[in-house]
Design a protein around this ligand. Sequence first.
Ligand SMILES: Nc1ncnc2c1ncn2[C@@H]1O[C@H](COP(=O)(O)OP(=O)(O)OP(=O)(O)O)[C@@H](O)[C@H]1O
Length: 697
Amino acid sequence: MSDDMLLHFSSNSSNQSDHSLPTKIAKLEARLVGKASSATVSQQPQQLQQQPQQQQQPPWTSLSSASKFSSAEDLPEATSSSDSDDQNGGEFLIQANTLKRQKVQGDDNSPVFEHVEVVAEGRQKIVEAVESKASLDGNRRKQCRGRGHSVSSRGRGSRANDQTRQQISSSIVTPPNGQLENSYHKDSRPKEQFLADDRISLEEEVTSLLAKVTALEEDLRKCRQEASDYQNLCRQLEKCLLCCQELKDIKDYDQQMKPKRTKMISDLLIAVSKSERQEARMKVRQDSLRLGNVGVIRAGTLISETWEDGQALKDLNAHLRQLLEAKEAVERQRKQLKKRQSDKGDATDVESGAQEEDILIQDEIYKSRLASIKREEESILRERDRYELDKGRLIREMKRIRDEDGSRFNNFQILNNRFALLNLLGKGGFSEVYKAYDLVEHRYVACKLHGLNAQWSEDKKQSYIRHAIREYNIHKTLVHHHIVRLWDIFEIDHNTFCTVLEYCSGKDLDAVLKATPVLPEKEARIIIVQIFQGLVYLNKRSQKIIHYDLKPGNVLFDELGVAKVTDFGLSKIVEDDVGSQGMELTSQGAGTYWYLPPECFELSKTPLISSKVDVWSAGVLFYQMLFGRRPFGHDQTQERILREDTIIKALKVEFPSRPTVSNEAKDLIRRCLTYNQSERPDVLTIAQDPYLTYSKK
Ligand SMILES: Nc1ncnc2c1ncn2[C@@H]1O[C@H](COP(=O)(O)OP(=O)(O)OP(=O)(O)O)[C@@H](O)[C@H]1O
């Protein structure tokens, strides 16, 4: 039995049965032969060194033993790096067996192990011989090993370098048995040739090892960088955690303080609103002294309200009467003068010449006086117009105050734990609109409180709510600069719900036109352009919308004068399957008749409508801004418009001679008020009109 077989046997005897031994040896040999190819060149010198010993023993036996012993230097790494001989190849199996052999040797000095020692000596010699040859490249090799060791003492690189070192060791001093055996038998080249080959091989190996070491060093550098990054991250994380804690503390504090803060804000808002209410009432009192007041007339059991003019109007009217009297007196004098002039025929030439000049001068005086009276009269008439406007505003403000006083929401409630109601902005058909403050978003809003009449049937209430929800569903999706935003909707009680709208602090267009019935064309133009921009938005959505209720009261202004369209209560969603003629108008009769087109008054069949309804309404609005009156049925009531078919007869629009308005503006109005629906442009077409664009020419 060879040394190798013995060693193998002894090392495996504790945990393997004898019958596996031949198989293992065969396997081992096969591996050694298989692995030899890469190490062949480097192993050749060893083979040469070992030749004397091999004369007494089969060559593979002693060499394989030598291999085993040389591997023992790296034993800890070898044993720890793997426990699978399939993975590590034959030489690793041999190393493991060597360890076990040493253990057995300590226990028992059998002749087998004496023999092994001899072989070990032989192996030592081979190692020395190889090392002395390798010393040709010694410095580089040392450098390589030195670097390997320095790296091996640290982290991840250490394991890699251990492997490298093991490779160095095994590749230099542990040639596989089969390979050496083959070389021994087949290779008969001169020694120098082997040495040279060995040197080249070692150099190559060293180069490759150096490259590996460099790669490992790079790995190490990256690891260090990663470690340092990780530390930085940890520090940042700590800071973040601290910040989070602080933030949490602040949030907790904020939460604690929130009710207090909310109370403070709402108290302040209430105080401001109360003083605004007082101021408003004081102003109404003062104005009514000057402008007039609402009085009550009793006629039997009937009590009705009437307007009693104030002192300002009385004074103006007295002044006008005086002027009229003065004018009449001057005109009487002028008549007499003219009579004197016609009577002068009897007088002498001299007398006649003097009288004529006198009459002419006198007449000039009267004419001049009349002109001055006229000027005064005009001025007083202008004042009276102003008075009428002030009176209208006063009446509206009085009504607002009365509505506010009568409202059940006038005591600064906070709705939905969020909206602090302040002062009443106005009252519509079925709603009250309050200025309010959003305590969550911290902005002013308009809360529209829809009250259902308690007397209404459940059906009517449900229908109203359905209608409002429909309006909400349309309106809430609209986000545009020229459309009032709808923020929220919620129920207040069984009979009341609230919609929350963007607050527009300016007047609505209705109030603007009541204060200034005629707007300069420039101002009217920019307003209509904004309205059309809103309409274009409504018609460019995937779900097109017809507003259907465009009128001055539904155009609001924010604090910067930006116009915004509101009130989508009558608006219609144009469904995808609607034909080119438009959708059916199911809510005929609704809307404000001055602003609706002829097709909406069609009675013979269900009218088909489209965005052209809004084009007509915008045309009416623009006309009204420019000329101070509506083009059709201006002085008529809604009921009369319907009765007299005013709009159905509105075939052609006429323009007053004054004020002067540009032809472009008139053309736009004519296009908007095209009687025939099929010929009238729709919103997207009319929006292309050059008058509605401001691009530089
Ligand atoms: N978002 C808002 N911002 C500021 N004021 C508003 C807002 N919405 C409405 N108002 C004002 O509230 C008042 C009442 O508005 P509302 O829409 O209820 O009246 P209306 O249009 O006259 O009535 P109706 O809608 O029943 O015809 C008006 O003076 C209007 O200017």
